[in-house]
Design a protein around this ligand. Structure first.
Ligand SMILES: [Ca+2]
Length: 167
């Protein structure tokens, strides 16, 4: 028998190969979309953090804590929250807002974040870095604007850190 066309077996094999190939393509497209989403979210976090830091910098120096200090933690950090649209808030985030302004008033607080701001550090100008709360006497304020959000790959965060002094 002279059969110049596809046999059924060849046809099935071809369909199987095409199906596997197209699964690979779909997977690549999904991965690219995920990366786009991740970079989009990081962009959203950066934009909002920059916007809030600009507002903080424009705030009168003596009003910084009354404006951005909603609650004082036991570590000596004033905290307030701000909303960041289009980011998924972490389930563990108590105030339900992805953004936070942190103002450190404990000269002795030594963390990964305050370390980069030169802590332990004299904030009230008495020459010593020993005060646990300089809320009423500060000459310099360390401000951290932080955005923390959840993604399908895990938690992400972005922050800006600065020292603000009276001008
Ligand atoms: Ca001091």
């Amino acid at each position: 028998m002279n059969n110049s066309g596809f046999s059924l077996l060849e046809l099935l094999a071809t369909i199987a190969v095409m199906a596997i190939t197209s699964m690979g393509v779909t997977s690549v497209i999904l991965t690219c979309t995920d990366l786009d989403m991740t970079s989009y979210q990081t962009g959203v976090a950066m934009d909002k953090a920059n916007e809030i830091m600009e507002m903080v910098r424009k705030t009168d120096f003596t009003s910084l804590i009354s404006t951005y200090g909603a609650t004082l933690t036991t570590e000596g950090v004033w905290v307030s929250g701000f909303d960041v649209p289009n980011l998924e808030v972490r389930a563990t985030d108590l105030d339900g807002m992805a953004g936070k302004v942190l103002i450190v008033v404990n000269e002795t607080l030594y963390t990964e974040e305050t370390f980069t701001l030169g802590f332990p550090r004299d904030l009230n100008g008495d020459g010593m870095a020993t005060s646990l709360d300089v809320t009423a006497s500060y000459k310099i304020l360390p401000v951290i604007v932080k955005v923390e959000w959840a993604t399908k790959f895990g938690d992400r965060e972005y922050d800006l850190r600065t020292l603000i002094a009276r001008r």
